[in-house]
Ligand binder design. Structure first.
Ligand code: BYC
Length: 314
């Protein structure tokens, strides 16, 4: 029995070491499975909850063009949730169970979606900064060790890069506009910058999950390394269109060839991930309501599928 387990563990570790993906039917340690279910389901919840702050502006988009683009983007986010829930299901958890964990407050979703979208410039800031941060994280996750998660990431990254450009285009246009529009863009930048940096999670030294995640190649780069990458590329994009970064400690470090920056407000981060951000209650209430009201749609879809199978088998 133990010899069998040793053999299975050995096969698993060899695959990880040789960068061969682990697939749903492969043997895997329980802790690896649990770790993936936690991360992938949280990621899926983030995609779906992330539709809410953007959805707030569909009816108020400033032109038909921007409304169409925003609608398409939000629909993409729903699709990303779908790929990710499907990837998590291959690990033996049902979608109902994942949603139950979300509604019970046992599963998290990204802290960023607990902030409100007050003006149209916030839609630009989300696309540019939030999707921009998501891309940096997700490009790295394309090489994650679990096959279905890695493949979902490849598709998601392609769409996220359009989203990032959509957001940057909004910010660029506003910075080329009137004084009021410029002020609106800068205000959105000021409010979204720090929460975007929090998306990468706590510092590596305070991140309980990073050790196993790196050992099993679930994460390929640590929270701090990815955050630094995002800062280095985004500061230049901001300066190019005349936006300033709300961090008076931000300074180019020639030796490191990257930016030094001020400290993140970790008390705020902890408050937000523990349910006390500006919009946590509103987001969850809305999700639960939509889920309950959508029950008949799920039932109808299942009934249709069963009937179709029955007719095919006749
Ligand atoms: N928000 O040990 P750590 C998107 C939690 S983009 C909330 O470092 P890990 C979208 C963490 O879960 C966003 N919770 O954890 C974009 C853990 O708590 P639990 C989605 C956070 O997993 C635009 C604890 O803090 N992207 O969807 O190694 C439009 C300790 O952290 C956060 C992803 O989810 C946070 N920011 O690293 C629409 C990417 N940070 O679980 C949609 C995939 C940390 O032990 N996820 N926590 O109770 C990851 O890469 C990693 O899970 C994280 C955290 C980098 C987020």
């Amino acid at each position: 029995m133990n010899a069998d387990l040793d053999k299975q563990l050995n096969v698993f570790e060899t695959k990880i070491n040789e960068d061969i993906n682990i697939e749903p039917r492969d043997w895997m340690p329980d802790d690896y499975r649990k770790h993936l279910i936690r991360q992938i389901s949280q990621h899926a919840h983030s995609e779906v909850i992330g539709m809410q702050p953007e959805g707030n502006w569909i009816s108020r988009a400033p032109s038909l063009r921007s409304k169409k683009i925003l609608l398409a983007k939000i629909q993409d986010e729903g699709g990303h949730g779908l790929y990710l829930y499907s990837a998590a299901e291959t690990l033996g958890i049902s979608r109902d169970e994942m949603l139950h964990q979300l509604h019970e407050g046992k599963a998290k979703y990204s802290s960023i979606f607990n902030y409100p979208t007050l003006t149209w410039a916030d839609i630009g800031a989300i696309g540019w900064l939030v999707d921009g941060a998501a891309i940096v994280n997700q490009v790295s996750l394309q090489k994650t060790s679990y096959g279905p998660y890695a493949r979902a990431m490849v598709r998601i990254c392609k769409e996220e890069s359009f989203h990032q450009r959509q957001g940057y285009e909004i910010m660029t246009k506003m910075m080329q506009g009137t004084k009021d529009q410029q002020a609106m863009a800068q205000d959105a930048m000021n409010r979204w910058w720090w929460p975007s940096l929090m998306m990468f999670g706590p510092h590596d030294s305070d991140s309980p999950n990073t050790g196993n995640a790196m050992k099993w190649k679930i994460k390929r780069q640590s929270n701090d390394i990815l955050r630094q990458k995002f800062i280095d590329k985004t500061v230049q994009q901001a300066h190019l269109i005349g936006l300033s970064i709300p961090d008076n400690k931000l300074k180019w470090n020639e030796d490191k060839k990257s930016y030094d920056h001020g400290e993140i407000n970790w008390d705020e981060f902890i408050r937000v991930i523990n349910g006390d951000g500006p919009c946590n209650k509103q987001r969850m209430k809305h999700h639960i309501k939509a889920h309950q009201e959508g029950e008949w749609v799920r039932k109808a879809a299942i009934a249709y599928q069963l009937k179709r199978k029955e007719l095919i088998n006749q």
